[in-house]
Ligand binder design. Structure first.
Ligand SMILES: Nc1ncnc2c1ncn2[C@@H]1O[C@H](COP(=O)(O)OP(=O)(O)OP(=O)(O)O)[C@@H](O)[C@H]1O
Length: 301
């Protein structure tokens, strides 16, 4: 594991921004950390990169305890609302960051053009950062995070300022990083993006982890079945309700949420056995968005 947290907690006043977070992240993967606004995503990342002290709990990053300097040198971090020095040219900003990393002249000569190329800013390095578009600013932020060739990269909402094309390019950068053996910890609330590129995800709501696993594991948890039924009797309805906590009937349309696909034959049987006529039955696994909305709404009720 490149990252492991054990009951990591951050309390602000009377409120837990992160409460007893237990996570583990495998090396060489893109890990998606999802949650609505204010759920605690940025707070967790700030603790992991050593910018915030936890109130309690522990974590190991790159095999070292939190705050370890050797580990921090191998971490890249793109904060959510960063603002760099507007008056610097792109190359000057990167040069400044290179000096913060203690890079030699030879290293700078090699790494600065390489990251400019990597984030699609080659040829734009002479322009002032203040004159960059939002998308270019996001890319230069990404370049700063990748400059020292880190092993583990924390990206806090890296595509939020980008148009669809820019988002795709940043997704490609993340996939390339994974191909190169790097680990990416991606904070996001863009579910489709996470669904497209992440190997594992965890969902946080109100400071607590409410789900986690591979996408397959998470999305196979619930199945939505849509049936067309004529003459649904009270007895059939009762049996369907027993099979599923969630059922909606509108005319001939019956929607049922199940936990396993093994329950599907029992649904059909409950309808037919109790006098109903079944015209069609279709099952679909929930999308990440369905799961996310369901978990967050459950937490609000
Ligand atoms: N310095 C602070 N002092 C007090 N409360 C804070 C502080 N920083 C964050 N919080 C609170 O902690 C909670 C979690 O905030 P955090 O920024 O980690 O959420 P987030 O999931 O990153 O949200 P977003 O997607 O909006 O960035 C929020 O309720 C926030 O108001």
């Amino acid at each position: 594991m490149i990252l492991e947290t054990n009951e990591l907690t951050k309390i602000y006043g009377a409120k837990a921004a992160c409460s007893k977070i237990c996570l583990s992240v495998n090396e060489g993967q893109i890990f998606g950390f999802l949650g609505p606004n204010g759920a605690g995503k940025s707070t967790l990342v700030k603790m992991l990169v050593g910018l915030l002290f936890p109130s309690s709990g522990t974590a190991r990053v790159l095999g070292r305890p939190l705050g370890d300097l050797g580990a921090r040198r191998k971490i890249g971090y793109l904060p959510e609302n960063f603002r760099y020095q507007d008056w610097l040219r792109g190359e000057e900003l990167l040069s400044f960051h290179a000096s913060l990393h203690g890079m030699s002249g030879a290293e700078r000569k090699q790494r600065i053009p390489a990251v400019l190329e990597q984030v699609g800013l080659a040829g734009k390095e002479k322009q002032k950062v203040g004159s960059y578009s939002k998308g270019m600013q996001q890319r230069v932020g990404l370049a700063c995070a990748l400059l020292h060739d880190p092993e583990l990269i924390f990206l806090d909402e890296p595509t939020s300022a980008l148009d669809p094309l820019g988002r795709r390019e940043v997704r490609e950068i993340m996939l390339k990083l994974r191909d190169d053996g790097k680990t990416v910890f991606l904070n996001s609330h863009l579910l489709s993006e996470v669904e497209m590129i992440c190997d594992r995800v965890a969902i946080i709501n109100k400071g607590k982890i409410v789900a986690g696993g591979t996408l397959d594991e998470l999305l196979s948890q619930t199945i939505e079945v849509e049936m067309q039924v004529d003459g649904l009797t009270r007895a059939a309805l009762e049996e369907l309700t027993n099979l599923s906590g969630k059922i909606a009937v509108e005319g001939r349309h019956v929607n049922v949420t199940l936990e396993h696909s093994e329950q599907i034959p029992a649904l059909a049987e409950a309808v037919v056995k109790n006098g109903g006529r079944l015209y069609s039955l279709g099952a679909k696994h929930n999308s990440l968005e369905d799961l996310f909305v369901d978990l967050i709404q459950r937490g609000d009720s």
